[in-house]
Design a protein around this ligand. Structure first.
Ligand code: MG
Length: 311
């Protein structure tokens, strides 16, 4: 085993990013049951839903109900995605304490996603952040398509630097860099993070949100870790994708991140077996095989154990 290193934080997105593109309707009580398993595993940051217009993402139409049913647990923060002022009002009514906003580094992706220019998104977001600050909420701001856009291709590092600076200036507590369609490679990850660092942006304000669409999520996470990032988004079982980005599928699988970091000596505060068990439960709920590598390994191992136990 490696020596002890600085701990890392895993921010769990399966209930929002993981579910939003799932065709199988997941009832509120199953979402709450998944959240309880995540809490038992030791997750402290769980993104549980989204207050986008229910018509856009019917799967998350029960946002208020989910929040109301979740127990208050010391040290656990529930996060909800908030697209605009209307979404914020709904979120506040539901008692939300931590919100996530989003906009895209790509003009075309932003337009297709929310039918606004990036500038329009920024000014709407400013208003949302002002109110959220007055309500003492914690604010995370996603920037999508940081590492490439399916419509525009490469995204300039400077573009991300400027957006991150603006979002922090507006009052975001944390920026999450999204590889929305899984186009990143480790060299690019290094370049983007070095760019942020050189611009004076503290890396402890930055989280990374990778997708494994082309098999690079874990190596990108490692590159980000080497560059100084300590906060990583993951989705149990590797669930998820972006409904507005053609072909995008699969967030970085949480269990893979947990395994890698724990092996490296970076404490995650999460029990891997309990997390893997939550992944198995998620698979049952969705009724389909999930792609996470550790998840698949673990299911196989469990099956082997139960066969040898009965033999
Ligand atoms: Mg995602």
């Amino acid at each position: 085993m490696e020596p002890h290193r600085e701990p890392v934080r895993i921010y769990e997105v399966c209930l929002r990013d993981g579910l939003q593109n799932e065709p199988t309707h997941v009832p509120t009580e199953s979402k709450v049951a998944i959240a309880l398993r995540l809490i038992e595993a030791g997750f402290k940051d769980i993104e549980v839903t989204s207050f986008v217009r229910p018509r856009w993402i019917p799967q998350l139409a029960d946002a208020s109900e989910v929040l109301r049913q979740l127990p208050d647990v010391e040290g656990v923060r529930y996060w909800a995605l908030v697209p605009n002022r209307v979404g914020l009002d709904r979120a506040l009514d539901a008692g939300v304490q931590n919100i996530a906003t989003f906009l895209s580094a790509s003009e075309t992706h932003n337009k297709k996603n929310v039918n606004r220019t990036v500038r329009e998104s920024l000014s709407s977001l400013e208003r949302v952040v002002d109110i959220a600050k007055a309500e003492k909420l914690q604010i995370r701001s996603y920037i999508s398509c940081v590492f490439g856009c399916p419509y525009e291709g490469d995204i300039a590092v400077q573009r991300t630097v400027e957006l991150a600076q603006k979002l922090l200036a507006v009052g975001a507590d944390e920026i999450a860099l999204g590889d929305t369609t899984g186009m990143a490679d480790p060299a690019l990850v290094t370049r983007v993070l070095d760019g942020l660092s050189e611009a004076g942006i503290p890396l402890d304000k930055i989280a990374v949100h990778f997708h494994d669409t082309r098999g690079t999520a874990l190596v990108n996470a490692y590159a980000a870790w080497q560059a100084g990032i300590r906060s990583f988004d993951g989705s149990i079982g590797g669930t998820g994708g972006c409904p507005y980005a053609p072909g995008a599928a699969g967030n970085a699988a949480t269990e893979d991140l947990l395994y890698m970091f724990e092996r490296m000596g970076c404490a995650t505060g999460v029990d891997l077996d309990t997390a893997a068990d939550a992944g198995a439960f998620m698979e049952q709920v969705l009724g389909r095989e999930l792609p996470g590598r550790f998840h698949r390994y673990w299911l196989g191992d469990q099956a082997k154990k139960s066969t040898s136990a009965t033999a």
